[in-house]
Design a protein around this ligand. Structure first.
Ligand code: NZQ
Ligand code: ZN
Length: 388
């Protein structure tokens, strides 16, 4: 492990059946006015809303609501939320939902008291907050993004055809997150498996970088094996608590900054996926699934040793009597077969992308420096085209 780092994760986790009781311990630490943030209504159908609001009442909070946070939350919604938070004099933001709701709550946290335009400051100039923040807590209902234990916030600006993530520092991490695997049981299968692939992608974005012998890579191989195993169980038996709880915890560790320590990281699959998201509003995990195979096949020659290691240590491919490239390609083939078993979307056409969008997709793509190959716009175009 050759990199230097500091490590601190300030988010307290309440995990497991009945974890929502943790809210009773946490809420008294914050002011009286709570802004309850949630999405399009799933929490009202599955009973989570009732449970959360009962605890808010029990804790004597004055509650204002900011509902309707859409998947891939937009900058327009953020402006609406800022007005609601100000009107409610919010002391605390409680996010109840998936990554979109948690991300949005963090964007709100840094924007309520911000005197500049938050899109320009945080998502264009990537500045850090200089205003007073409104603290955030999360009750997670969809697994995948890791937003419950990180500083990430991804906001979409349809006008500018951009979907941009800002990874904020520790002060923006949720103060606490409640993770009850049973709260995720009502997810439609499409969302559930999209989340599974998001986890896979987060780990791979960090794994496929660097050439040093690094503890983080060994940790990631363990997380990947657990995910691959449990996802196959959950896809046939979505209410299997053991599988869903393993996946929930793997998702958190996949992107709570721990496995990135001491390493470079890539994130180019996410950049390609976010360009697709900006233009189509497609489900995040599916945008990643659709571009991954063409991307990894393209960069494999530049990171051959790591792709071979991935094949052997994660997918159990035997290296005996084969060239490194054969082993590496067998690993990707095993990964592709797993993706198809889960029912992931494997092409951009199914997500609404057409060939005439290729130029805009390339323009919306950011190019990262930490992977095995820095893509050129022409290569990105080729990968998008192969993904159609
Ligand atoms: O809005 P509701 O009605 O709640 O429905 C949601 C939404 O339609 C539904 N859902 C969530 N929990 C449910 C449920 N339906 C039934 N039962 C439940 N228990 O699922 C749909 C998708 O939810 P969403 O929050 O959009 O999904 P996800 O968690 O995948 O979040 C996606 C967003 O997170 C960003 C993505 O770009 C995207 O904007 N990301 C955030 C990251 C971070 N903070 O570090 C990293 C990721 O790479 C990602 O970019
Ligand atoms: Zn992701």
């Amino acid at each position: 492990m050759l990199g230097n780092f500091t490590y601190c994760n300030p988010t307290k986790i309440y995990f497991g059946k009945g974890a929502l009781d943790g809210l009773k311990a946490e809420l008294p630490k914050y002011g009286k006015n709570v802004l309850l943030v949630y999405g399009g209504g799933s929490i009202k159908k599955n009973g989570v809303y009732e449970k959360v609001t009962a605890i808010l009442r029990e804790c004597g909070k004055t509650v204002a609501e900011d509902a309707g946070v859409m998947p891939n939350p937009t900058v327009d919604k953020l402006h609406e939320g800022i007005e609601r938070a100000k009107a409610a004099k919010a002391d605390f933001i409680l996010a109840v939902g998936g990554g979109s709701v948690c991300d949005y709550a963090k964007a709100l946290s840094v924007s309520v008291n911000c005197e500049e335009d938050p899109w320009d400051k945080y998502f264009t100039r990537f500045e850090e907050p200089s205003c007073e923040l409104v603290p955030v807590g999360c009750v997670l209902t969809m697994v995948g993004t890791g937003s419950e234990m990180n500083g990430g916030s991804v906001i979409t600006n349809h006008e500018q055809k951009l979907k941009i993530g800002h990874v904020f520092g520790e002060e923006v991490f949720p103060k606490f997150s409640v993770l009850d695997p049973e709260f995720t049981f009502t997810l439609p299968k499409y969302q559930m498996v999209a989340g599974f692939y998001d986890i896979m992608s987060h780990i791979l974005e960090q794994y496929f970088s660097g050439t040093d012998d690094n503890t983080s890579d060994y940790v990631m191989e363990g997380l990947l094996r657990s995910l691959i195993h449990s996802a196959l169980i959950a896809v046939d038996d979505p209410t299997n608590y053991e599988a869903r709880s393993n996946i929930m915890w793997t998702a958190t560790w996949a992107l709570n900054t721990f496995v990135a320590k001491g390493k470079d990281t890539d994130w180019e699959v996410h950049m390609l996926g976010q360009a697709v998201g900006a233009l189509t509003n497609a489900t995040h995990g599916m945008t990643l699934a659709a571009v991954s195979m063409p991307y990894y096949k393209h960069i494999l020659p530049y990171g051959l040793a790591k792709f071979k290691r991935y094949a052997v240590n994660v997918w159990g491919v035997s290296a005996a009597g084969k060239t490194d490239e054969q082993v590496a390609r067998e690993g990707l083939a095993a990964m592709e077969a797993w993706m198809r078993k889960l029912g992931l979307v494997m092409d951009l056409t199914s997500l609404g992308v057409t060939e005439d969008m290729l130029d805009d997709l390339v323009k919306s793509t950011l190019y990262m420096q930490g992977g095995y190959k820095v893509l050129t716009p022409a290569e990105a175009r080729e990968i998008f085209k192969e993904s159609l």
